[in-house]
Write a protein that binds this ligand. Structure first.
Ligand SMILES: *Cc1c(COP(=O)(O)O)cnc(C)c1O
Length: 491
């Protein structure tokens, strides 16, 4: 995008909107239903309703619920409905947040501040998470100065072993975490066991149900065999549930629910230590639009349990189709046994790179997300099936098969590019990496492109895949820092 000078004179509204529409030209074409990540959409009528409700509350400010009591009412209704779905008892209470990351940051902050009161001897608090837990726990630890202890999961099931988590407990442990499910593999950690251990050691226990919270309860109602994972499990003290994923609410909406208000008290930040208005913030944001909460309320009331059950049923059917289709392709294998519509699969054929397969499919107008290898999980393709893209799964299966055949027949450009990639050389280079070496690394790999974003992701994914986490972080930080800077090449 061209950087724009601040205009001297304004432009007509219509022209402004047209300019915005044009900017979207190179974005993922999610409206085709061929985008299998990032966008959670449902039927157009419900989407329109949610957007209208969002706009209705766009200007009202959630900063002060006493000025906008309808926002307080909406928030209590939305969190109340979520709490009831997720096994919360009559004492359960929570808040709406801007997203899963904020919900998790708050859960970690609450645990930290709860410990400051109830276990003041702890000066260096620690939380224990499965290695498959979402990075927002590491981010929370980073922001809040809490140590994050990651326990490797089983390389077959991708579930954490609760006993291994127990062994990681120290005198400083303040919180244990399980995912229901993990994003990467769609499998649910043994929440009952983790929560029992946490309770026995008098440690709080958070369930990250950001992606599953608006899906699993309905799958259970439909008769699917879903293990107990929510606030009804003895020992679970908080749960996070995103509404902007399988709640089909526009982005900017998640929830964090606690067992009771004695826990939530530690989430609230108050400051009357300045001359302006008094700050009492239950969540991270201060001024905030009421839009997402109004949209969530509208979706819940419009869909009801029936609407969400129908959506989950369609996703489950499409997930079954995909899993069966991959099982029938000898070169591919699903990772673990997904418990909802999040499916990761790897290549089991040495001649087929999963990154090349993703690229081949994506070049045909689809979008498949890739996952880099980690100590217990191989590089893979990840498919998120939501209500809107579920009908396109049969077509996706055909495109995957066609692309595999092409890759088997045609051993051309990407392969040669791979040969040039000497990971030890790159590793050596990165040992003394400074951000201004980024251009050199790119030139070395021959991945410079005119618009600042690579045309072909295979080589980049291969490079990242071979680096260790620290090297990946260094390179990615430098890349993104440059991408957002004025001197960046045009995107
Ligand atoms: C998406 C996700 C998050 C983070 O949510 P954001 O809304 O992207 O901040 C956390 N945990 C899990 C399991 C998720 O899938």
């Amino acid at each position: 995008m061209q950087s724009t000078k601040f205009p001297e004179k304004g432009l007509q509204a219509q022209a402004v909107l047209e300019a915005l529409e044009q900017m979207k030209a190179e974005d993922l074409p999610w409206k085709t239903g061929k985008v299998m990540a990032y966008v959670y959409a449902t039927d157009p009528e419900a989407k329109e309703l949610a957007e209208a409700a969002y706009i209705k509350y766009f200007t009202e400010n959630g900063l002060d619920p006493s000025s906008f009591p309808s926002l307080l009412h909406l928030e209590k209704q939305v969190t109340g409905m979520v709490a009831a779905l997720l096994g919360g008892g009559s004492e359960a209470t929570g808040n709406c947040t801007s997203g899963g990351t904020e919900s998790v940051i708050l859960a970690v902050k609450t645990a930290r501040d709860y410990a400051r009161v109830h276990r003041p001897e702890i000066t260096e608090p620690e939380i224990i998470i499965p290695s498959t837990a979402h990075p927002c726990f590491h981010k929370a630890g980073h922001y809040l100065n809490v140590k994050v202890v990651s326990v490797e999961v089983d390389p077959q099931t991708f579930r954490v072993d609760a006993k291994a988590m127990e062994q990681a407990i120290t005198a400083n442990t303040i919180l244990m975490v399980g995912s229901a499910p993990s994003y990467a593999h769609g499998v649910i950690d043994p929440i009952e066991e983790i929560a029992a251990i946490a309770k026995q050691h008098q440690i709080l226990c958070h369930v990250d149900s950001c992606v599953g919270g608006m899906y699993l309860p309905f799958a259970k109602m439909l008769g699917y065999d879903i293990p107990n994972f929510d606030l009804s499990v003895d020992g679970v003290t908080s749960i996070s549930c995103d509404l902007h994923k399988f709640g089909y609410v526009p982005k900017g909406c998640s929830t964090i629910i606690y067992k009771n208000k004695e826990l939530r008290q530690h989430q609230i930040y108050t400051c009357s230590n300045w001359p302006g208005y008094t700050i009492v913030n239950p969540t991270v944001l201060s001024s905030k639009t009421g839009g997402p909460m109004a949209a969530a309320w509208a979706m819940f009331i419009h869909y009801g349990k029936e609407g969400y059950k129908n959506a989950v049923q369609d996703c489950q059917n499409a997930t079954d189709q995909l899993i069966k289709a991959i099982a029938a392709i000898p070169e591919l294998e699903v990772l673990g046994q997904p418990e909802m519509s999040l499916v990761a699969f790897k290549s089991v054929d040495e001649g087929i790179s999963i990154f090349e397969l993703a690229e081949a499919v994506n070049q045909k107008g689809w979008y498949l997300q890739v996952q880099l290898a980690s100590p217990t999980s191989p590089e893979a393709i990840h498919v998120t099936i939501s209500h809107f893209n579920a009908p396109h799964i049969p077509a996706l299966i055909e495109v995957i098969k066609d692309s595999l055949q092409e890759l088997k027949q045609d051993k051309s450009p990407n392969d040669e590019m791979l040969m040039g990639l000497d990971s030890s050389m790159i590793g050596l280079l990165l040992e003394q990496f400074t951000p201004d070496m980024l251009d050199n690394v790119e030139a070395l790999l021959g991945i410079e492109s005119s618009n600042g974003l690579p045309d072909n992701m295979v080589l980049i994914n291969n490079l990242l895949n071979k680096l260790n986490a620290e090297q990946r972080n260094m390179l990615l930080t430098a890349f993104v820092n440059r991408m957002f800077s004025p001197s960046s090449k045009q995107v």
